[in-house]
Design a binder for this molecule. Structure first.
Ligand code: AHR
Length: 631
């Protein structure tokens, strides 16, 4: 193989490899959003879902759900608890999201909005129970205010448990109104109160992602328009963020999730701040007046699109506007005077057809008229190929669209074969955002799909093609991102977790290796004058990093035998006497990582000797290698 290290072929966008976030597989509620109480504000379709009435030591009582829609339509239900417990307790327990993950010696913060109209004290005993019913944490409160007031108590857990539940015991006589019953670990990402699960955000930070796309995915569209994602309802006071049913709430036969709602505790402010924390450019995707076409496919008539378009314009002002603008001031009031430096926005998630084109034109004109610097991400539908894909692709090319969002959930074979996909793309047309992709071992959205090494290796091969064509492909993100082991609807996924632990799939390490080793510019890596993309099972790309003066080689051997490989480096610099080699491999295509063996397939670093102008290395079978040489 020869590498022309002094011939720049393409510039690599600094934010090329990013993250696709969607609240699917309990990624947000029950996942990265660290709230442990499910249905904390009694807004599920069954207001007492996840709650159970409890009696102890002779205490009695009853629970009424009170509807206050006229007064508070966005948080319509509260509970009135009638307590008759001078001896013993009356109360209720919450099951959490497939249980609650509690860690020994960690502090937990319980809070509740309460109002106690009558006389006589009602005291509250908060308990955490393990799966066997033993108490592993205790706090006490005495709500006395006759008007709504937030009460809070912190306590330390005495044991670790991944299926804990929360008990709220009441003692006394009379009635008490309750809402927003909440429990968070004190330790969260950056220790923000009521924040995000630190281990999960750390996994994102460890990818050093170039961008964070949010909030989806199909949840942008919603199963119907009433249940679409509306960013303005996802910011500000937590108890004013209206809970809606999640698009992924389903009677999926393998893992039913009829209890899947969106509380928006992880809302647009949190998304923007997380992106900022992990050094990623924010990439919001907005509803374009179309509900999910795989569900109801509801449409907003084009003459009624204004509020939707206004949401997009206001979001840009919210992200970038100064304190003298309405939405910029709101961002400042929410504690973030510094703009978020929004540079791009998606119009519609995975939309297609004439209806999309009509709406896209209206959005694009309005956004470009007011904010010409915003790059618009346009959907070419859920298809990687096919008539509709070609039609949309042609349309957007004719429109000189900025960036096209291609999605592909395909077999490993497709990924290997499509490593060449962009080699002959039009260099003068729109740029490509490989916005959602994952190799599926079985395909067709089957729950049997595995996160195995075969899939990950094929993605690595495919990504050599993305990078080789970095002049066309400006952004790429794997999808979906997160999945709860007990509550998923879609697989494979990048990162898996339970209530206490998490692990990256082999695909996670592929993504991470590309992101951490991208370099600044692609240089030609050829075998007998040809690009290395499939012949003999080899896939490769090379880049230089102008900042660190390094040459970076990425090489996939998808074959069954070890191969001695020699790279001759032509032109320019001499690359020292040693190189760092990072190897990701498994001898078994079916191998996976798991909670029990989280890093079974993970990168291993070594040093090899080189002679400055040539690298000799043996690439094992079924292996992805990154080789870094310093000039
Ligand atoms: O990533 C899962 C889903 O796949 C996304 O919600 C959607 O955009 C695509 O169909």
């Amino acid at each position: 193989f020869t590498i022309a290290a002094d011939k720049i072929k393409a510039h690599i966008e600094p934010n090329m490899y990013g993250i696709f976030f969607e609240d699917i597989n309990m990624a947000a509620d029950g996942g990265v959003y660290a709230e442990l109480v499910k249905n904390r504000s009694f807004e599920f379709n069954s207001p007492l879902a996840a709650w159970t009435e409890r009696l102890k030591g002779g205490g009695k009582g009853s629970i009424e759900v009170v509807d206050r829609t006229a007064e508070r339509p966005e948080n319509a239900h509260i509970i009135k608890v009638n307590v008759n417990a001078t001896t013993g307790y009356f109360g209720l327990s919450n099951e959490g999201f497939r249980g609650m993950g509690i860690k020994k010696d960690e502090r937990y913060s319980f809070s509740v909005n309460a109002r106690k109209p009558g006389t006589g004290p009602i005291t509250m005993l908060i308990e955490l129970h393990n799966a066997k019913g033993a108490v592993i944490g205790t706090g006490r409160l005495t709500p006395t205010a006759t008007q709504w007031k937030k009460y809070a108590v912190k306590f330390t857990a005495t044991a670790t448990e991944d299926k804990a539940s929360l008990y709220v015991w009441l003692k006394g006589t009379g009635a008490i109104d309750l809402d927003m019953i909440s429990l968070f670990p004190e330790h969260t990402w950056k220790n923000r109160p009521a924040g995000l699960r630190a281990d999960l955000v750390q996994k994102l930070a460890d990818m050093k992602p170039g961008f964070l796309r949010f909030p989806g995915g199909c949840i942008v569209e919603g199963r119907d328009l009433a249940n679409r994602y509306q960013w303005k309802k996802s910011i500000g006071d937590i108890d004013k963020r209206e809970t809606i049913i999640n698009r992924w709430n389903m009677e999926f036969k393998h893992r039913p999730t009829p209890d899947y709602y969106q509380t928006f505790g992880l809302g647009f402010m949190e998304y923007f701040m997380t992106a900022e924390d992990i050094g990623a450019s924010p990439l919001p995707i907005l509803n374009c007046g179309m509900a999910c076409q795989f569900n109801t496919g509801q449409l907003v008539p084009v003459d009624q699109l204004d509020p939707y378009v206004q949401d997009a314009l206001d979001l840009i002002e919210f992200a970038n506007g100064g304190p003298d603008t309405k939405w910029g001031k709101l961002r400042t009031d929410l504690g973030h005077p510094k703009p978020f430096n929004l540079k791009m926005m998606g119009v519609g998630n995975e939309q297609w057809g004439e209806q999309y084109i009509e709406r896209w034109k209206i959005f694009t004109k309005a956004i470009k008229d007011k904010y010409p610097y915003i790059k618009i991400i346009s959907s070419v539908g859920p298809f990687a190929a096919g008539e509709e894909f070609t039609r949309l692709d042609k349309f957007f090319r004719a429109q000189h669209a900025d960036i096209l969002d291609e999605h592909y959930y395909q077999s490993p074979k497709w990924f290997f074969d499509n490593a060449k996909r962009y080699d002959n793309y039009d260099r003068n047309g729109p740029k490509i955002f490989a916005g959602e992709y994952a190799a599926q071992s079985v395909g067709g959205g089957s729950p049997e799909n595995k996160n195995n090494w075969d899939c990950a290796l094929s993605e690595a091969a495919f990504m050599t093609g993305l990078e080789r064509n970095a002049d066309v492909v400006h952004m790429a993100s794997y999808a979906p991102l997160f999945a709860h082991v007990d509550a998923w609807q879609w697989r494979p996924d990048l990162i898996w977790f339970d209530n206490l632990r998490s692990y990256g799939s082999p695909s996670y390490y592929v993504q991470q290796l590309f992101s951490l080793n991208k370099g600044t510019d692609v240089v030609p890596l050829l075998q007998k004058g040809e690009m290395v993309s499939g012949k003999d099972g080899y896939y490769a790309t090379a880049s230089i990093d102008k900042g660190t003066n390094e040459l970076i080689i990425k090489f996939v051997n998808s074959g069954a035998t070890a191969q001695p490989v020699k790279f001759n480096i032509e032109g320019g610099k001499s690359y020292g006497k040693t190189a760092t080699v990072i190897t990701l491999r498994s001898a078994d295509k079916a191998a996976e990582n798991s909670l029990a063996a989280p890093t079974a397939i993970s990168p291993v670093k070594s040093l090899i000797n080189v002679d400055g102008k040539a690298v000799n290395v043996t690439v094992e079978p079924l292996t992805f290698k990154v080789i870094r040489l310093k000039a």
